[in-house]
Design a binder for this molecule. Structure first.
Ligand SMILES: Cc1ncc(COP(=O)(O)O)c(C=O)c1O
Length: 377
């Protein structure tokens, strides 16, 4: 059998990792400023993480959600504390799209309303509900739930009110920082006005923090820079450093009912042990502070850079929009300088490194960038 080829691959096979380093099967060393798409939060193969997950695997890898699992309770408690959403409850699932599906479902159960408002260029996942809230015709299929999702331009509060005033919206879903779109942020004012409009029209505010959360922006969740509180927050990616998991944080005003949500694998013992180890490391190594600090370094180092049209983002969720003549830089960073980075289309390079990244590693990337961009392109 061959693979169903839906991914455009680089001809590189990493076989070993350590913090922000990767090695391919020929022993070539790379520096990872992509983190497998914002997933690697505490570095590759962190010894504490490896130890905790290995120990758990030796005790019990999986049992179903029909029995007590104190690791889930511990994760909820710890996540509540570190995120500042102590009084919320947690539903565990397996991925970002699944977290968003469940968040929209909970909002619809709670309000009794059928519709969702999302934003232009949004990305919320590829399952049918999540893809319906994703503004990208290339990844929607004729079978989807789009009839229940409407879109507005980001940061256009009049457009939001125009939609919400017509009624029947269960929730507004918004990314803490739009990632796949190319790193676009809702303004603080917009988030505050959005919160007020959700309250006025009786719908819930869902913050998708799947890419922007877990400390990446320099706060635990990106929307916390604005001081706004969401009714539901979704998380995945960095949550277990590559072990599949997703989480939905749900306001105490929303009541659970047996059977309302469910999953076979969600919150299994291995996933919880991985997620708990990630929280240990984030806290013990002050990684949120490090994300803010290295983010400031990048911002300063790239200010006025000849190749950059616009620098966007916060902390370690960075979009570098290239001037037209520098398109192709991402491949050169990879193949000539051995740095993995992310992208959004041809013109935006995304930096999504592990929150453990050191100043020296950040400096070595800037040096490589400047060497390449100072040559003729
Ligand atoms: C903001 C956001 N939401 C949802 C998702 C979907 O997550 P997953 O691929 O784990 O389903 C992604 C993935 O890139 C994302 O960036």
């Amino acid at each position: 059998m061959e693979l169903f080829e839906v991914y455009k691959l680089w001809d590189i096979e990493p076989v070993k990792g350590c913090d922000t380093k990767l090695w391919d099967k020929n022993g070539v060393e790379y520096t990872d400023l992509y983190g497998g798409h914002a997933v690697i939060s505490i570095g590759h193969c962190h010894p504490h993480y490896v130890q905790k997950v290995s120990e758990q695997l030796g005790n019990l890898g999986f049992y179903s959600n029909a029995v007590r699992n104190s690791l889930q309770k511990e994760l909820a408690k710890r996540l509540g504390k570190v995120s500042g959403y102590d009084d919320y409850s947690l539903f565990l699932c397996n991925s970002g799209a699944e977290a968003n599906e469940n968040a929209m479902k909970v909002a619809s159960f709670h309000t009794g309303k059928p519709k969702i408002l999302a934003f232009n260029k949004a990305f919320h996942g590829r399952t049918s509900g999540a893809v319906a809230a994703t503004d990208n015709p290339r990844i929607q299929s004729p079978f989807n739930a789009t009839q229940n999702v409407e879109f507005c331009p980001l940061n256009d509060i009049e457009a939001v009110e125009e939609k919400l005033s017509k009624g029947s919206f269960a929730a507004v879903i918004i990314e803490g920082i739009q990632g796949v779109a190319g790193i676009y942020e809702p303004t603080d004012d917009f988030l505050h006005s959005l919160r007020a409009l959700c309250d006025k029209y009786g719908c819930l505010l869902i913050l998708d923090e799947i890419q922007s959360g877990y400390g990446r922006s320099g706060k635990f969740f990106a929307h916390q820079h604005s001081g706004v509180r969401a009714d539901i927050i979704t998380t995945a990616k960095g949550m277990a450093n590559g072990f599949p998991i997703g989480g939905v944080l749900i306001s105490p005003s929303i009541k659970a009912e047996y059977g309302m949500l469910g999953t076979t694998f969600g919150g299994n013992h291995l996933a919880c042990s991985a997620a708990l180890a990630v929280l240990d490391i984030i806290e013990n190594e002050n990684l949120i502070e490090n994300a803010a600090k290295i983010g400031e370094y990048f911002k300063e180092a790239f200010s006025g850079d000849a190749a950059i049209k616009e620098y966007r983002g916060k902390g370690l969720m960075i979009g570098l929009e290239l001037k037209d003549e520098y398109v192709g830089l991402r491949d050169r960073l990879l193949f000539e300088k051995k740095f993995f980075t992310g992208a959004a289309g041809a013109k935006v390079i995304r930096l999504l490194p592990s929150l453990t990244i050191s100043l020296e590693t950040a400096q070595s990337f800037v040096k490589a960038w400047k060497e390449l961009t100072s040559q003729a392109f």
